[in-house]
Design a protein around this ligand. Structure first.
Ligand code: GAP
Length: 451
């Protein structure tokens, strides 16, 4: 199967089954924006919850934060974004399309000749000019320079400007981190590859503050821990790699960055950057705000500006990686026992949008009532699904496509011996389990993957 075909199939499955729709779809779409449907919302929520659980809830040294998206303009002057957060933009003089100059392999318009009836390789491009990626808006009714603000292009700066507040209001002691999950906005010149590069997306970021003498050690620890996180959630090792940035690639603030990259159907793409930001951000905000952002260590009596290690992940981008990783086609028997192609999303159970579906075999003989009772019981613990419409084989296929790890079927035997079948998504193996043991069976099976 060609890789473009895989991507087309994933995009079409996402729309058909309600994972992801085009933003403003009924008005023809708004380029670079995406809406998450019922299954996509659960999947995204599970990714963010897994991240929060593993990085905040189960650690003693990280606290959470939730900052405003609109921030004071000086924040972005201090951080360097107003000056430096730009991409080189070129226009094609013939078709008027815009491109990022650094993404063109040749200095020619990359559009196909069909769009350019003439000889497209002769199309001239304009000189590259710097284009700032931050979205602007205005605070209050007057639209002028004094009221202009930016939508945040990263959640990180909200953490830095609250460093003093967090230190003064909680019992954190260096080394410690502040974590935030939320929307970020970038006016990307060429949003592309489905949700991979969007104009509105979600990030999951940690700023980890440490003593300068331990910063290299923390950098290495975070790099390895973050790589392992994706492995633990089911990304195969041959599709995941860590790549150290060269000197030329480093951002203006960074003295060391590694990217966790995933092998998407079109090639390697960044999921997360782990950056050693030194004391750049706190020093800048101290300078621009005039507020003291140093840290005083009570034990050593030392005062210093902490160094920062930043693991910065894309929630929506990793969702695409988890989708690509889960997508599979195999053979399964149909209603007549003949083998046919099935599409299945082999999500890690922690991420699966629906953990179990409860299905009465037929809509009579008390089966719906029994199935509904099981459904109500399981619903107290997980997002589960009840479905009584159509042939059971077809209902299994629908759940396979949604990535549901277990299907519980109430059949004729249930009334006699109080057992149901539990079908496992990947192996399609079925076991009979007593009705009163369904909850503990699922608890055990899902907990095996709790990580
Ligand atoms: N605070 C550092 C920072 O924001 P970044 O490498 O620009 O670093 C971090 O972004 C992560 O955010 C990326 O690794 C990616 O997963 C996600 N991301 C960045 N731009 C994105 C976009 N336009 N669409 C979707 N995700 C994006």
């Amino acid at each position: 199967m060609a890789d473009t075909t895989v991507m087309e199939k994933i995009v079409s499955l996402c729309k058909r089954r309600g994972f992801i729709f085009r933003g403003s779809d009924i008005y023809g779409g708004l380029n670079g924006t995406w809406d998450y449907g019922p299954l996509g919302t659960e999947l995204l929520r599970n990714i963010k919850n897994a991240w929060w659980h593993d990085n905040v809830t189960t650690r003693q040294d990280i606290v959470g934060l939730d900052c405003a998206i609109l921030m004071h303009r000086t924040v972005w002057q201090a951080s360097g974004h107003e000056q430096n957060f730009t991409d080189p933009l070129v226009d094609c003089k013939t078709c008027k399309e815009r491109f990022r100059a650094d993404q063109l392999s040749e200095s020619q318009c990359p559009r196909k000749p069909s769009k350019h009836p003439g000889e497209h390789h002769e199309c001239a491009l304009t000189e590259a000019r710097r284009f700032n990626l931050m979205f602007k808006t205005f605070v209050g009714p007057v639209e002028d320079n004094a009221t202009m603000v930016y939508l945040r292009p990263e959640t990180a700066q909200g953490i830095f400007v609250n460093f003093r507040n967090v230190v003064d209001s909680s019992r954190v002691k260096i080394p410690f981190g502040i974590a935030q999950v939320g929307k970020s906005f970038r006016n990307e010149i060429t949003p592309k590859q489905f949700i991979f590069r969007s104009r509105e997306f979600e990030q999951m970021e940690i700023e980890f503050f440490c003593h300068p003498s331990t910063s290299q050690e923390w950098y290495a620890r975070w790099r390895d821990a973050r790589f392992q996180w994706y492995r633990d959630l089911g990304i195969r090792s041959e599709r995941l790699r860590l790549r150290e940035h060269t000197k030329e690639e480093l951002s203006h603030y960074s003295c060391g960055t590694s990217d966790v990259e995933y092998l998407f159907p079109w090639g390697w793409g960044e999921l997360e950057g782990i950056a050693h930001r030194g004391d750049f951000d706190l020093t800048q905000h101290q300078k621009f705000s005039g507020k003291d952002l140093s840290y005083f260590d009570e034990e050593t009596r030392e005062r210093y500006i902490p160094h920062v290690i930043e693991p910065s992940a894309g929630a929506t981008r990793s969702l695409l990686a988890f989708l690509c990783e889960a997508y599979a086609e195999d053979q399964a028997p149909n209603e007549q026992g003949q083998m046919e192609m099935r599409t299945v999303l082999r999500f890690h159970p922690r991420l699966a949008p629906i953990k179990a579906a409860v299905l009465p075999l037929v809509k009579k003989d008390g089966m719906p009532e029994r199935a509904m009772a099981i459904y109500k019981d399981l619903q107290k613990h997980w997002n589960v699904f009840y479905d009584e419409k159509g042939a059971v084989g077809r209902r299994y296929r629908r759940q396979d496509e949604a990535g549901t790890p277990f299907c519980i079927t109430v059949d004729g035997q249930t009334a006699q011996d109080q057992t149901v079948t539990i079908r496992e998504r990947d192996s399609m193996r079925q076991v009979r389990v007593s009705t009163d043991k369904v909850l503990s069976y699922l608890m055990e099976r899902l907990a095996q993957h709790a990580g």
